[in-house]
Design a binder for this molecule. Structure first.
Ligand code: ADP
Ligand code: MG
Length: 601
């Protein structure tokens, strides 16, 4: 008979097995190896990093840096599990300033590949070379080497055939790596990063440290020209980066990158904040580009919630969420995104203006492609021009000339004064910034949209003395049947009245004087259209947008001077006076400067 002790079924795993298990979490594919190695290089203070790949990294990955290097002793230790120079005790977990700290990456990678490390500290004459197979160190020798570290990883998962089989084609694996390297180029503009595949250089980070240059390299020219800066400091949080103006959008979220203390992260609250900030600005299914850096003292964020450190948790999630929203909204409603007359009519008014102001730290220059250089030159000249424009004298309302610090800072709607209505469609106004053309329909649409979404449950309704009967088509009936509560919140009290018929008992006060039956029918028609094309029930958001549009003043409505003045003053207080909920411009500003230039003054 076995004794109790002999029947023990729990084993302590040997180090090699433990490493393989850790590798399962941290190392999923070649891109994971590249990520860990680049992070180590950055932590080692490298200013140049080169990544060489063969067959999408499946055959070979080499990451070479000019960082601080390792002593012979440290390089041997670096392959041991939980060996790290970055933290000493658990307390340090709350003050992490490096990208790595778990001491798992090198041993994990080594346990599932043929690894070779060549490293030298600049103050030492000789470097060290370590070769390692499946986590076992085979040889440690002295070697002549440049200062820094080079880690070579061959035949990833050679000893885990099941894993190896799950790897995708070289092209797909390369795609993952490229995306990753792009992100590092964005987050670490001060470091030169070069990526080669099968002996051909396929990516080189821009030589400047301008974020807009990184955007240009990674997302292309249209994106680079469409971005504006975000920048704000709130309590311990510093938020900066770029967002795209509503004129630019993508069909997916691939252009939305958040970095916390310069570490790329995924965080649902941050994505939610972004969506909130853009609500009513981009059409459904379109996504803005956003590169958002959040710098925060390490004790405000936990980076140790996921083995690959891609998820983070803020100590005060909702605080960050709200700060991000207001930072993006500020940038969006700033005058930077008001369309200029010449942006809309480039041939008639041939004056170029700067569209954004890149500011970022400087870095060492390095030769780069012609296209980049050309774009940088044009940026520089735009900046020059902008500097000049900053000191263009502005005629103030009082009628005397004054130097404004920045022309861009004047809100064109500030002190706007109605002049006339053109074609029962545009309000013509003047303000210290210049001549304004305001589309009356979209302006009112924006006002209503804000009212409806802010005061969703408090919309004033008026009971109809004679209730209205609606006889709808079956599909239309189905749509509003599901939305009776939402309609009620908007001020429409509607009751079902037998097959496909409804009774309307009250309507929102704003449309009392209008042909409200027409307004309501148009809304229902459009919502039904939406459900057909989208194959789903309309969202509350769509309902608000549609009602704002249908209830708004139409193009062709004659407005009195007072009505126009009222519209402008209401517009000024909306969340975004310059863009309608569908993303169309509301105000076009012909600046004094441009106007004078056109007349050669
Ligand atoms: P971690 O990065 O979490 O500390 P790693 O396993 O990635 O753990 O690396 C272990 C240690 O090896 C690091 O703490 C660092 O001291 C050293 N190291 C790794 N890569 C480099 C490098 N490229 N340059 C200098 N030191 C390095
Ligand atoms: Mg590391």
């Amino acid at each position: 008979m076995e004794t109790r002790a002999q029947r023990s079924i729990i084993n302590i795993l040997d180090d090699n097995t433990a490493n393989k298990i850790a590798a399962g979490e941290v190392i999923e594919r070649p891109a994971s190896v590249v990520k860990e190695l680049i992070e180590n290089s950055l932590d080692a203070g490298a200013t140049e990093i080169r990544i060489d790949l063969i067959d999408g990294g499946k055959r070979l990955i080499r990451v070479t840096d000019n960082g601080i290097g390792m002593s012979r002793e440290d390089s041997v230790l670096s392959l041991k599990r939980h060996a790290t120079s970055k933290i000493k005790s658990a307390d340090d977990l709350f003050s992490i300033r490096t990208l790595g700290f778990r001491g798992e990456a090198l041993p994990s990678i080594a346990s599932v590949s043929h690894t070779e490390i060549v490293t030298r500290k600049s103050e030492e004459d000789l470097g060290t070379k370590i070769t390692c197979v499946a986590g076992k160190i085979e040889e440690v020798t002295d070697i002549g080497a440049p200062p820094g570290t080079s880690v070579l990883v061959k035949d990833l998962f050679f000893n885990l055939p099941a894993r190896q089989k799950f790897l995708k084609t070289a092209q797909t694996e390369l795609g993952h790596i490229t995306e990753l390297v792009n992100r590092f180029a964005i987050s670490h503009g001060e470091v030169d990063i070069t990526l080669s595949h099968n002996d051909r250089v396929i990516f080189r980070s821009p030589s400047s440290n301008l974020l807009t240059d990184a955007v240009l390299t990674v997302f292309g020219r249209d994106a680079a020209e469409a971005v504006v800066e975000i920048n704000s400091q709130a309590g311990p949080y510093k938020i900066y980066g770029v967002i795209s103006k509503p004129s630019y959008s993508k069909a997916n979220r691939s252009g939305q990158l958040f970095f916390v203390n310069r570490r790329f992260v995924r965080n649902r609250n941050l994505i939610h904040a972004l969506d909130e900030a853009y609500r009513g600005i981009l059409p459904q299914g379109r996504f803005p580009l956003l590169i958002c850096f959040i710098d925060v003292p390490p004790e405000f964020v936990d980076v140790n919630v996921h083995p690959t450190k891609i998820e983070v948790k803020f100590a005060r999630e909702w605080e960050v969420h709200n700060i991000v929203i207001s930072c993006i909204r500020d940038a969006l409603s700033s005058s930077n995104i008001i369309p200029n007359a010449e942006d809309l009519l480039p041939s008639a008014l041939n004056i170029r203006r700067p569209t954004f102001t890149p500011t970022y730290q400087k870095k060492l220059s390095r030769s780069t492609t012609d296209e980049l250089e050309e774009f940088r030159m044009s940026l520089a000249s735009k900046l020059e021009q902008q500097k000049k424009e900053l000191f263009v004298p502005q005629i103030t309302q009082e009628g005397f000339t004054e130097e404004k610090e920045t022309a861009a800072k004047i809100d064109p709607l500030e002190s706007a004064e109605v002049l006339a209505q053109a074609r029962n469609l545009y309000i013509i106004a003047q303000s210290p910034a210049g001549i304004l053309l305001i589309d009356q329909h979209v302006a009112h649409e924006r006002i209503l949209y804000d009212q409806l979404s802010n005061m969703y449950s408090k919309v004033h309704a008026q009971r109809l003395i004679v209730p209205l009967t609606l006889n709808l088509g079956h599909r239309e009936a189905l749509v509003i049947e599901h939305k009776l509560d939402d309609f009620r919140a908007l001020g429409f009290e509607i009751e079902s009245f037998g097959k496909d018929s409804f009774i309307v008992r009250s309507i929102p006060v704003i449309i009392v004087d209008k042909n409200y039956e027409r307004v309501l029918k148009d809304m229902i028609e459009e919502l039904t259209e939406l459900t057909i094309t989208r194959r789903l029930l309309v969202r509350r958001e769509a309902l608000i947008t549609t009602s704002a549009c249908k209830m708004a003043i139409k193009a062709g409505d004659k407005l009195s001077h007072e009505e126009m003045a009222r519209l402008i003053s209401d517009l000024k207080h909306t969340s975004n006076p310059y863009l309608c909920p569908h993303g169309r411009p509301i105000v076009v500003c012909l600046s004094n400067h441009d106007l004078d230039k056109m007349f050669g003054r």
